[in-house]
Design a protein around this ligand. Structure first.
Ligand SMILES: *[C@@H]1O[C@H](CO)[C@@H](O)[C@H](O)[C@H]1NC(C)=O
Length: 155
């Protein structure tokens, strides 16, 4: 009887301390595990929009990853307000500070849509690669995940 009581109170207090150690940072847009996984690779959570992540996987050996969003997503990228779209399925290869062979994120510039093929990160900047062309933005623009402004129909 006593041991049972001890066990229950142990569970109870474990639960309480667990809740206190894991406060929900922001009930509106709590980052998913996929968002926080990005930070393990030196990338900010703002690279992924604030939307439902159905699933994601990373091959720890090769770095190959797939992220499945609940739906396609249209966002405005800071600071220049480029329109960008995320496909429901995003793939690539991730290692610390570098995403390569990226597929599924496109950005509109000069009246055309371009696929972002790679992203690099250092302590201060994110460097987006569109083929041979690169564009650099301060990391601090990506502290928060941008909200989806609706889906888009892939044409
Ligand atoms: C992960 O990548 C390695 C190296 O390319 C490959 O041999 C292995 O089969 C992959 N694992 C999975 C689960 O796909």
């Amino acid at each position: 009887m006593t041991s049972k009581f001890h066990f229950l109170s142990f569970l109870f207090f474990s639960f309480i301390s667990y809740s206190f150690q894991n406060p929900n940072p922001d009930s509106n847009s709590s980052p998913s595990r996929a968002h926080t996984e990005l930070t393990n690779y030196g990338f900010p959570i703002g690279l992924l929009p604030a939307t439902t992540i159905l699933n994601y996987n990373v091959n720890q050996t090769s770095g190959e990853f797939t992220v499945y969003l609940g739906d396609s997503c249209k966002i405005t990228l800071p600071p220049d307000n480029y329109l960008a779209t995320y496909s429901k399925r995003i793939t690539g290869k991730i290692v610390k500070g570098r995403i390569a062979e990226l597929d599924g994120i496109r950005v509109q510039a000069f009246f055309k849509w371009w696929s972002i093929t790679g992203i690099r990160s250092n302590d201060e900047d994110l460097v987006f690669e569109v083929g041979m062309v690169t564009a650099k933005y301060p990391l601090k623009n990506f502290d928060e995940s941008p909200p989806c402004e609706g889906r888009y129909s892939a044409s």
